[in-house]
Design a binder for this molecule. Structure first.
Ligand SMILES: *[C@@H]1O[C@H](CO)[C@@H](O)[C@H](O)[C@H]1NC(C)=O
Ligand SMILES: *[C@@H]1O[C@H](CO)[C@@H](O)[C@H](O)[C@H]1NC(C)=O
Length: 207
């Protein structure tokens, strides 16, 4: 029961926040106007009020649309996205998928064209094939995969080299200690022999 006022406050605050007009935009009823404000993908509001019907995002500096940004806006009737320098790499897949889900009558895709990479400049985002988009992403995925493979290989190679060095060292150590033992035995028996030889004449002369 103690948490109830807190919950109310949270709900009130959360409710207020989700229905408030996003920072940097102007709102008129259920229409949200964020156009011509030099918005970058990073300065875009992280969420919009749930019940909005119109969203203007045109003539900004948007490269990508953050994943999931428009998913909860079930009442949207129109979105304007033209006049942005869309970058058609992996990051464009969300926008493309969202555009593909829209009824053709809304024509949200008009003027939503790529500004880069050069090979795709001017192409409408909605008509890009998945292969075309993925081609531009392969690079860093591949590089990452390749780098990790190379790292793994170097790691294994170093391990193998260390193991080999250890084996060689052990072999040499074994051989050295065997040799040392042998020379010790040899010098011992040689010394004995010498002593016998030394004593022999003495023994002989004493007889
Ligand atoms: C939206 O905002 C821009 C920039 O402030 C303004 O120029 C434009 O007239 C507005 N559009 C509407 C329909 O209110
Ligand atoms: C993108 O579309 C707009 C509106 O149709 C057009 O003015 C612009 O020139 C196009 N951009 C490119 C790079 O083709």
């Amino acid at each position: 029961m103690k948490g109830f006022p807190l919950l109310c406050l949270l709900l009130l605050f959360g409710g207020q926040r989700s229905s408030a007009c996003p920072h940097l935009c102007s709102c008129h009823g259920s229409q949200v106007n964020c156009s011509s404000r030099s918005l970058h993908s990073s300065s875009l509001p992280v969420r919009f009020p749930a019940g909005i019907t119109e969203l203007r995002l045109h003539n900004n500096r948007l490269n990508h649309l953050p994943n999931g940004l428009l998913d909860d806006l079930t009442s949207l009737r129109s979105v304007s996205l033209h006049g942005n320098p869309w970058v058609c790499d992996c990051g464009i897949l969300y926008l493309r998928a969202w555009l593909l889900r829209q009824p053709a009558a809304l024509a949200s895709h008009l003027g939503v064209n790529c500004s880069s990479p050069p090979g795709l400049r001017g192409r409408l985002v909605v008509y890009l094939t998945e292969e075309e988009v993925l081609e531009s992403c392969h690079y860093w995925y591949c590089n990452l995969a390749l780098a990790s493979q190379v790292c793994l290989f170097v790691f294994v190679a170093v391990q193998a080299a260390l193991l080999l060095a250890l084996l060689v060292f052990l072999r040499r150590f074994e051989r050295l200690s065997k040799e040392a033992r042998r020379t010790k035995e040899e010098s011992f028996t040689a010394g004995e022999g010498l002593r016998e030889n030394e004593y022999a004449p003495l023994k002989d002369s004493s007889i």
